[in-house]
Design a protein around this ligand. Structure first.
Ligand SMILES: [Zn+2]
Length: 150
């Protein structure tokens, strides 16, 4: 997984422990499958929880998304807009799925692209559009420097 993400240009500066858990407590009440714990206003990532019992593809999709959160925190990226935060993490998940080349991975990627959720779906399409226009490196560099899309 680390190698997969590194191939996308995403490297965590410090290793993050991943824990499989039975339940994930989350305020939004949405079907949350993963959660990244970090200390507010620092670059400290305490760990990533992923719900146990997922298939390999679902697990990878969730972990790639959470690695996105951990990466943004470790980089100290000043992204305040939740739509951009979740959109960036969805982009990471989609990039990981794209490398899997299985029908399930393709179906999950299609579901992300057509997701009507105002944060996840809208955010993903927003960030994906910026990447199509400027390239992944420019988009991530801008998010890290200014917190907004180029
Ligand atoms: Zn997220």
């Amino acid at each position: 997984m680390r190698a997969d993400m590194a191939a996308l240009g995403i490297t965590l500066t410090r290793r993050v422990r991943v824990t499989l858990v039975d339940t994930i407590e989350h305020g939004a009440g949405s079907a949350t499958l993963g959660l990244t714990h970090h200390i507010e206003n620092t670059t400290d990532v305490l760990g990533i929880d992923v719900l146990g019992g997922l298939t390999g593809t679902h697990f990878g999709r969730v972990l790639a998304h959470e690695i996105g959160h951990a990466w943004l925190v470790q980089q100290g990226a000043p992204v305040r807009d939740l739509v951009l935060v979740e959109g960036t993490c969805e982009l990471f998940a989609a990039a990981w799925l794209k490398k899997q080349r299985t029908p399930l991975a393709t179906a999950l990627r299609t579901a992300m692209a057509t997701n009507q959720h105002p944060t996840y779906g809208t955010g993903y399409r927003l960030v994906r559009g910026a990447v199509a226009q400027h390239g992944i490196r420019a988009v991530l560099a801008e998010l890290c420097a200014t917190g907004v899309l180029p």
